[in-house]
Design a protein around this ligand. Structure first.
Ligand code: PHE
Length: 339
């Protein structure tokens, strides 16, 4: 009997398994009710009385050893499973999210590309500006309400240090530095002291355009904006110019595009008018040219400015401007495929 126990012990020391199923087979072979060790317990009654103590102890030790050994094997398979064991190296890898461009960047880049095809270059100016570049050089009279604390963020109570309220300030900077021909666009962030709502924010983005040369006419402005609108919203797009007022352009207009959602038939986005207002524009006021050091007898020009948020909202059907600034990944991930 002791001989048998020793043999089984040696056998158990060698056992190994290459799959979880094999561990179960070993358990059945050694420690199940009909297993080899249970068999020893059954044979125990035939052991001589004087050997009972030694044999009993040996069987118990063997059982203990077998239980530990099998549990160990079982646990090693379970641990491997939890760690993603039994790895199938031929499986395709988990996709890696690389992030996405912000919708405002996507649309800004699209606008830049369209104007680049017309020969417009890109320039930028500072966000913290002075009164001259944001207002005075643009023909705003000293008492103009746009300077009012209600609209403009001033820095440290100094009326000459402020956050620009529009990108038209970059027009001034470029004209002061360069003589015509000038053909450039200026994308950038602007700031207005406005209550935040679904339609308005105190921080938003604009793209400004400026074209100054000899004989630039309103027809050039109109054709440029028509080309731009069709490239951005589709070739069936129509435009409409409505007379408006800006201190720095004369004449001035506001431009509508035919609603890209209903095709001009009328829907709740265009408020059943068939038209969507997207930008302000006009011929650069000769006063502005002169204030910036450009001869207004020789040169004329046009300018326009549009809000990127508004255009992005129209293009993607986004109902609330605040989404752009909240960085909610559920919102941003929707633009993932557009990289
Ligand atoms: N700066 C104007 C605005 O912010 C837009 C504009 C730009 C109008 C250029 C005319 C010419 O509303």
């Amino acid at each position: 009997m002791l001989e048998k126990i020793k043999e089984l012990r040696e056998e158990l020391e060698q056992i190994s398994a290459s799959a979880k199923q094999e561990v179960e087979e070993l358990r059945i072979k050694y420690i199940s009710k009909k297993g080899l060790i249970s068999q020893l317990f059954a044979d125990f009654k035939n052991v001589e009385a004087d050997q009972k103590k030694a044999v009993g102890q040996a069987i118990n030790e063997l059982k203990e050893f077998a239980l530990n050994k099998i549990n160990e094997l079982k646990e090693s398979f379970e641990a491997a499973e939890n760690a993603g064991g039994q790895t199938d190296l031929t499986m395709p890898a988990e996709p890696l999210r690389v992030g996405s461009r912000h919708p405002l960047s996507i649309v800004r880049n699209e606008i830049i590309d369209i104007f680049a095809r017309l020969g417009f270059t890109v320039a930028e100016g500072p966000e913290i500006e002075d009164d001259w570049h944001v207002f005075s050089a643009l023909n705003f009279p000293p008492e103009h309400p746009a300077r009012d604390m209600q609209d403009t963020f001033f820095i440290e109570k100094d009326p000459d240090v402020l956050l620009r309220t529009h990108t038209s300030s970059v027009q001034v900077r470029v004209m002061e530095k360069t003589q015509p021909p000038i053909r450039a666009i200026f994308p950038g962030r602007v700031f207005r002291n406005e209550a935040i709502s679904a339609r308005a924010h105190c921080i938003f983005h604009q793209v400004e355009g400026l074209y100054v040369d000899e004989n630039v006419s309103f027809a050039d402005l109109k054709q440029t904006l028509l080309y731009f609108s069709r490239e951005l919203f589709g070739e069936k797009t129509e435009i409409r110019l409505r007379p408006s007022y800006f201190p720095f352009t004369e004449p001035s207009a506001e431009m509508d595009v035919s609603c890209s959602i209903c095709g001009g038939k009328g829907c709740n986005v265009c408020k059943y008018t068939g038209w969507l207002e997207i930008l302000g524009c006009g011929m650069v006021d000769p006063n502005v040219l002169e204030l910036c050091g450009i001869d207004s007898k020789k040169y004329s020009g046009f300018a326009f400015g549009m809000g990127i948020e508004r255009i992005t909202m129209l293009k993607y059907g986004i109902k609330d401007i605040r989404h752009f600034f909240e960085n909610d990944v559920r919102f941003l991930r929707q633009f993932e495929s557009t990289i």
